[in-house]
Design a protein around this ligand. Structure first.
Ligand code: HEM
Length: 148
């Protein structure tokens, strides 16, 4: 069971981080769109993929991580710093992203009619994705270095 949860946790984390970077990049292409139709198609697709890929992937990282922690003796068992940082820092990051990402994504979808509003919303979306991706990379670095 632990192995399956581990696979789900790490695969969902790769999908989450990859989708944060790809969607932020793609949302910027709406700024170069020649007409309102292709701009709104780009933003609607970014919004759909955010809600159907990035958000469920982050929830799966959290659920699989919590299940592994529970099956490994729960939060009371002694754990190294990197594991505590991942569980507590990573858990908070995911919870924050579950509120932040749908909100940022809705903003870019709704702004599709107005060019100035699109610029503002895309800038906010890219900044939000960049902060989250940096947070995930920071957790990965702590895990990779096995910080004690
Ligand atoms: C930003 C969020 C997270 C990232 C980037 C992340 C990343 C990772 C990585 C790369 C591993 C494999 C570590 C290794 O064995 O070398 C791992 C394992 C694990 N993660 Fe996470 N994780 C995150 C959030 C969480 C959360 C929220 C929990 C629990 C509440 C959690 C619990 C675990 C557990 C229990 C393992 C197995 C550790 C072991 O058996 O060695 N993770 N995670």
């Amino acid at each position: 069971m632990h192995e399956i949860l581990y696979f789900l946790h790490v695969s969902a984390m790769a999908l989450w981080l990859g989708s944060l970077v790809a969607l932020a990049w793609w949302s910027k292409s709406a700024l170069q769109a020649s007409d309102a139709g292709s701009r709104s198609w780009t933003l609607a697709t970014v919004n759909r993929l955010t809600m159907r890929v990035a958000v469920p992937a982050s929830a799966l990282v959290l659920l699989a991580g919590l299940s592994m922690t529970a099956t490994a003796g729960g939060a009371a068992a002694p754990r190294p710093f990197w594991l505590r940082l991942m569980e507590e820092g990573g858990g908070l990051l995911i919870l924050a992203s579950l509120f932040l990402v749908p909100w940022l994504s809705r903003r870019i979808r709704r702004a599709a009619e107005d060019k100035l509003a699109v610029q503002r919303a895309v800038r906010g979306y890219v900044a939000g994705m960049a902060v989250l991706a940096a947070g995930v990379a920071g957790v990965l670095l702590a895990v990779g270095l096995r910080l004690a």
